[in-house]
Design a protein around this ligand. Structure first.
Ligand SMILES: [Zn+2]
Length: 150
């Protein structure tokens, strides 16, 4: 009951302004990446950390990612995420974990958010994506349900 109320309050607090439509606690179980977005990921040096904005749209239960706008890496570490600016159709952020470890938003078996979970909670976007290792994807939506590509 208390948790539910908190969720509703959180949703209400987020739901201000013109982007309201995208900020509901909406389940986004499907992630659709364009060939261009996949290529952008594939072209990044595998051993480097990188971060970008997901450009696209939320369509029903699917996050459609048309492209990825890479961001300067200077302020980024595994626990710090650079805010996106200047894109009106940003639906989330994406960053990688080069070693493929700790790809989670909450510590396994718990509701305790990881650094990435905290970062997502503080962001205004509907989803967040981790590229885990080479091209395995882990993402989360505002229902806080974590999802993984096969
Ligand atoms: Zn991370």
């Amino acid at each position: 009951m208390t948790t539910r109320r908190f969720e509703l309050l959180t949703a209400a607090a987020l739901c201000l302004g013109t982007a309201c439509r995208d900020l509901r606690a909406q389940a986004v179980p499907y992630l659709g990446l364009s060939a261009r977005a996949v290529a952008t990921i594939a072209l990044q040096p595998m051993d480097n950390e990188w971060i970008g904005c997901l450009i696209g749209a939320i369509q029903g239960e699917m996050a459609r990612v048309d492209s990825i706008a890479l961001l300067p890496i200077h302020a980024h570490s595994a626990t710090q995420v650079v805010p996106a600016q200047g894109h009106h159709d940003v639906i989330g952020r994406v960053h990688n974990h080069p070693t493929g470890q700790n790809c989670w938003y909450a510590f396994p078996g718990t509701a305790v958010p990881s650094a990435d979970g905290v970062s997502f909670a503080r962001s205004p976007y509907p989803i967040d994506v981790i590229v885990c290792g080479q091209l395995r994807l882990v993402w989360v939506d505002r229902t806080s349900k974590e999802r993984r590509s096969p």
